[in-house]
Write a protein that binds this ligand. Structure first.
Ligand code: ACO
Length: 204
């Protein structure tokens, strides 16, 4: 497997893979030629033809950059990477390229899109539908029957109450408490969460 991105997020993904049976890391790939090594793994700087059959994980925390890379690269992606301590219902569907960090909980009948991040200690309750490139940050809680659009980030420690519709490319600030539906591109903060501005996403 190739880890794309020599970031802090990549370090956490390496730790997950080390605990998974039947998975091994070939090398890390990064644009920065100055970076040669990450946690003992060689860092290469280009994808070449002989690597085209290797599965890849996009180890980049920024949702928009992860999205742009996934559109650009002609590579196969690995199935979901899940930390050994995560608690996940057997009725959950987690799509390719997504990662689930330590102590996350994902409950029954939830669907997680492609290239999503369910970060450390996050709780995603039952019947949540999450589109691609979403990031649920550490310690946040998405309660039951919430829908979350593509590219949205739920900030660290935020809470979304049940049944809400959270649009695409939304940013929910750290610690926010979301009590009503959020439109596409909105940035919301506080308790109760209020819109402070809108994200500008040109080529989504
Ligand atoms: C493993 C990992 O590390 S995963 C990383 C997880 N990351 C996060 O959880 C980060 C979430 N990001 C935030 O909370 C950010 O503060 C954002 C995205 C909401 C806003 O960031 P910016 O666009 O840079 O806004 P900025 O810092 O200029 O703040 C704008 C206003 O909102 C306020 N504000 C910003 N964030 C918050 C927040 N989380 N809660 C309450 N108020 C906030 C600021 O105080 C400021 O108020 P003012 O205009 O009265 O001075």
């Amino acid at each position: 497997m190739i880890i794309y991105g020599a970031s802090g997020h990549a370090k956490v993904i390496i730790d997950i893979i080390k605990l998974m049976d039947g998975h091994s890391i070939d090398f890390v790939l990064d644009d920065d030629p100055k970076v040669k090594n990450l946690l003992g793994f060689e860092v290469k700087h280009q994808l070449t033809d002989d690597m085209k059959d290797e599965k890849l994980v996009l180890a980049i925390g920024n949702n928009l950059i992860r999205h742009k890379l996934a559109n650009k690269l002609q590579q196969g992606y690995c199935s979901a990477l899940i930390h050994a301590s995560a608690v996940i219902s057997e009725n959950v569907n987690i799509n390719e390229g997504s990662v689930v960090m330590a102590n996350a909980v994902i409950n029954s009948s939830t669907v997680i899109g492609k290239h999503c991040i369910i970060n450390s200690g996050a709780i995603v309750e039952h019947d949540v539908k999450m589109e691609d490139f979403v990031h649920i940050s550490p310690g946040s809680t998405v309660t039951g029957n919430v829908n979350i659009g593509k590219g949205t980030q739920i900030g660290a420690g935020a809470t979304i109450i049940p049944g809400l519709q959270i649009g695409k490319w939304v940013t929910v600030g750290a610690g926010a408490v979301v009590l009503e539906d959020i439109p596409d591109f909105a940035v919301v903060v506080g308790n109760p969460a209020k819109i402070i501005k809108f994200n500008r996403i040109e080529d989504e």
